[in-house]
Design a protein around this ligand. Structure first.
Ligand SMILES: Cc1cc2nc3c(=O)[nH]c(=O)nc-3n(C[C@H](O)[C@H](O)[C@H](O)COP(=O)(O)OP(=O)(O)OC[C@H]3O[C@@H](n4cnc5c(N)ncnc54)[C@H](O)[C@@H]3O)c2cc1C
Ligand code: FES
Ligand code: FES
Length: 489
């Protein structure tokens, strides 16, 4: 058992213990390592000023090269970075030469006050790492910059800088920092679990599920930490860090992600960006929808299981999981023999109330599964938020119908339906009355009456994002849109 987390920063190995282990990465880099190039502005994952690159070889993996990807360092707990290699803006220069993204920002006048600039440079460098050898167009560039805000330069020169980058240029950080010796050192450290403590706080990372469940059983009140993109925000706003944190990042099973002919299975530590990749083929509408989820910096680390376990009624993935027959796999230690006990909880039974999950004490979520929807299903996922990118939903919807005969004359035949909404109740919900009523021949007139039924089936609350009346109108209008898209084929 180690008494420290091990991470590399700009090529240097760092063993982290005590107070440092419980700091947020951005603060630690700036205050303890003297690397102030990483800026902290919002401290909640929204502005990208704190962007760094991270490479991580999951335990048990044998990837030829662990990619360096952009992430926000302001909401990442240092201990949870165990095994990772972090590169900050200070590590980008090579032999006195600016990195391509730095040179492009200078060439295209992409910086004025400069406070956001290190974050943009790191986001662009993440893009260079991920698109090596590919051309960069405005769409790719804009996508990689979704998580970065600049309040004085304006985005045009920055986009120009992005599009002028040639991804074949030298100075990629992958080959420079992701060397075999460093990766071997991280892998060998990750074969042992670790525990660090400071001032009443405890962070444990075991290497097997049995040990993790043993820890959970022995420590009531523990919290699992994934990428802390949810957990980290309230901590930065002054809420105390949970006293006992359990990380599953050293357990190989947590990184499994696969799709067979009927079902997709995603381990608790699979980042959303990897899930998006898997779903491009296995669940294309969900993959498209994930493009609207947060920013690359968030998706490169955040997990599907974290989105589920947070239990927010506006968690973007939840309506989809409700209509796709989603279920979470959970594990705990059995009471009798103390062996590992596993069970599945359907998504329809997971939420007991606002942010309340039907997990028994000591249970951990190990993975989530959902159906691959066949070609006889028509599925659409919608999200309404105040801005398109990097925003929390006001209302989200997943509507799926099973078609039993081809349309014609402006109508389709529906034999079954699953319809779900987020943001209209304390939990994400299905709409059983509408699901029943929709079966039969569906035309424009019935879509209109069913839209009224959608609005009548929900009792939303008012909050800062929208009044109850507005949410009802949104839900009905999303259904009308679905109906139109269905009739249009
Ligand atoms: C800037 C920003 C933008 C965001 N945009 C979106 C968005 O567009 N849509 C959206 O839905 N969400 C969004 N989020 C919220 C967040 O990113 C997601 O909910 C994400 O999926 C959480 O994953 P995580 O791994 O970071 O979870 P964490 O923050 O690590 O954990 C979240 C919760 O899940 C619990 N948990 C984690 N793993 C397990 C497990 N294995 N077993 C039991 N409990 C577990 C934790 O204890 C915690 O309560 C955003 C957050 C930020 C900061
Ligand atoms: S400081 Fe704004 S995203 Fe981290
Ligand atoms: S250059 Fe000033 S905030 Fe971007």
């Amino acid at each position: 058992m180690r008494d420290h987390a091990l991470l590399h920063v700009n090529g240097v190995a760092r063993e982290v213990r005590g107070r440092d282990a419980f700091m947020m990465l951005a603060e630690w880099l700036r205050k303890e390592l003297g690397l102030p190039g990483t800026k902290i502005v919002c401290a909640e994952g929204d502005c990208g000023a704190c962007t760094v690159l991270r490479a991580f070889d999951p335990p048990g993996s044998s990837f030829p090269e662990a990619p360096f990807e952009a992430m926000n360092s302001c909401i990442a707990i240092v201990a949870a970075m165990d095994g990772a290699h972090v590169v900050t803006v200070e590590g980008m220069e090579s032999e006195g030469e600016l990195a391509p993204a730095q040179a492009a920002m200078r060439r295209c006048h992409g910086s004025q006050c400069g406070f956001c600039t290190p974050g943009f440079v790191m986001a662009l460098s993440g893009m260079v790492e991920q698109h090596a050898g590919e051309p960069i167009d405005r769409r790719v560039a804009a996508n990689h910059l979704t998580g970065n805000l600049c309040r004085c330069t304006g985005y045009e020169p920055i986009l120009e800088a992005a599009c002028s980058l040639r991804t074949s240029e030298a100075h990629r950080v992958g080959p420079r920092y992701g060397t075999l010796d460093r990766r071997a050192r991280a892998r060998s450290a990750m074969e042992s679990g670790f525990e660090v403590e400071h001032d009443g706080l405890r962070f444990a990372a075991p290497t097997s599920l049995e040990e993790a469940c043993g820890f959970a059983a022995a420590n009531p009140g523990f919290r699992v930490v994934g990428a802390s993109t949810d957990l980290g925000v309230p901590i930065n706003k002054g809420r105390p860090m949970p006293e006992t944190l359990l990380s599953l990042h050293l357990i190989p099973e947590m990184y499994e992600a696969r799709a067979d002919d009927s079902r997709v299975s995603v381990g608790a530590r699979v980042p959303l960006s990897r899930l998006r990749h898997l779903c491009a083929d296995a669940a294309p509408e969900f993959a498209r929808f994930l493009d609207l989820f947060a920013s690359p910096q968030i998706k490169n680390v955040a997990t599907l299981v974290g989105n589920i376990a947070t239990g927010s009624p506006i968690g973007d993935t939840l309506p989809f999981l409700l209509v796709a027959g989603g279920a979470v796999g959970v594990a705990s230690l059995g009471e009798g023999d103390g062996g590992l006990k596993r069970r599945e909880i359907p998504m329809t039974e997971l939420y007991r109330g606002y942010r309340q999950l039907s997990l028994a004490p000591g249970e951990l979520i190990t993975h989530v599964t959902f159906d691959r929807l066949g070609s006889d299903r028509f599925l659409r996922l919608y999200k309404v938020s105040q801005r398109k990118d990097l925003d929390i939903s006001t209302v989200s919807a997943a509507f799926s119908v099973k078609l039993d005969r081809a349309g014609g004359g402006g109508a389709v035949g529906v034999s079954a339906a699953r319809l779900a909404l987020g943001g209209v109740a304390a939990t994400p919900i299905r709409l059983p009355a509408v699901e029943e009523a929709i079966v039969g021949t569906l035309d424009a007139a019935r879509i209109e009456s069913l839209a009224e039924l959608v609005a009548g089936s929900i009792r939303p609350l008012s909050d800062v994002r929208g009044s109850a009346a507005y949410r009802s109108v949104l839900a009905a209008n999303l259904f009308r849109r679905f109906g139109r898209e269905l009739l249009d084929g």
